[in-house]
Design a binder for this molecule. Structure first.
Ligand SMILES: Cc1cc2nc3c(=O)[nH]c(=O)nc-3n(C[C@H](O)[C@H](O)[C@H](O)COP(=O)(O)O)c2cc1C
Length: 246
């Protein structure tokens, strides 16, 4: 990837293999990412076999990238390894709580994005799959994850077989606040989303889905309340089972 402004998600991959040497190089460099207390609260499960990918696919609602990508990476927020080391070294670990999950989540997210950066720098294409958190318990079971080890990011990776579609972004002023959070008027908020609403593919989604506004595509179709609440409840239940939440 030459110019970060050109970067885009890649969902179609060629048959070309991603060598173990290349993948290990990417992972090793990604491990240089900043990490909470230098504890490295993450692990990654590498899925390469057809059988392994087929087992994971339903947990990702059969998104085709899971079986078509040569490599599927499941990045986990992992306090299991560190906790066990403490126990083996006469130290009393206190990491079965929500704060520790948040620390491990931060570590794992940073590690995951560093993998994406390193992979794209090699010319590979990547796609995150948010479905990993929707069906975290199912993914954990398939991958034999122990307690205090929760899947938080999934990345499919391979040599691109498409250009990818450039997506729009909010203007810089939408995201940046000088010194304190700016109180935007309703008109200013609408102005921040103007470019998004006028982006041709987004206009297409509104008409295709029979909606009046782009916002309704998000609230009624892509991320509706009932789905968010259902998967939230499931995730909290799983966090309890994984001993990160009491
Ligand atoms: C947390 C997260 C979850 C995502 N989940 C999915 C997914 O399940 N399926 C998919 O096709 N893309 C997924 N993506 C990719 C986004 O759709 C994509 O990054 C976004 O539309 C912007 O496009 P770009 O990356 O090409 O700029 C996800 C990205 C992130 C960061």
């Amino acid at each position: 990837m030459k110019n970060q402004k050109e970067r885009r998600t890649i969902r179609r991959y060629s048959d070309r293999e991603v060598s173990e040497e290349m993948l290990n190089g990417i992972l090793e460099r990604a491990m240089r990412a900043p990490t909470c207390g230098n504890m490295q609260l993450y692990s990654v499960v590498v899925t390469r076999t057809e059988e392994g990918k087929k087992r994971l696919a339903p947990a990702h609602f059969n998104q085709p990238m899971v079986t078509s990508a040569p490599v599927v990476l499941t990045v986990c927020a992992d306090f299991n390894r560190f906790t066990r080391w403490c126990e083996l070294r006469s130290a009393n670990p206190g990491y079965d709580n929500f704060l520790s999950f948040m620390n491990a989540l931060a570590d794992a997210s940073i590690f995951a994005q560093q993998i994406v950066n390193e992979a794209e720098a090699e010319g590979l294409g990547t796609c995150y799959l948010g479905t990993v958190t929707y069906n975290a318990a199912q993914v954990a079971e398939i991958l034999d994850l122990p307690t205090l080890c929760v899947p938080v990011a999934c990345i499919t990776l391979g040599w691109p077989d498409e250009e990818g579609v450039p997506t729009e972004r909010l203007p810089l002023r939408a995201v940046v606040h000088e010194e304190k959070y700016r109180a935007d008027s309703d008109a200013q908020v609408l102005d921040l989303f103007k470019e998004k609403e006028e982006f041709e593919p987004n206009k297409g989604y509104v008409t295709e889905n029979g909606k009046e506004t782009l916002a309704q595509v998000f609230t009624d179709i892509r991320y509706p309340r009932a789905m968010n609440e259902d998967f939230s409840a499931k995730f909290i239940e799983y966090l309890r089972k994984a001993r990160f939440f009491k």
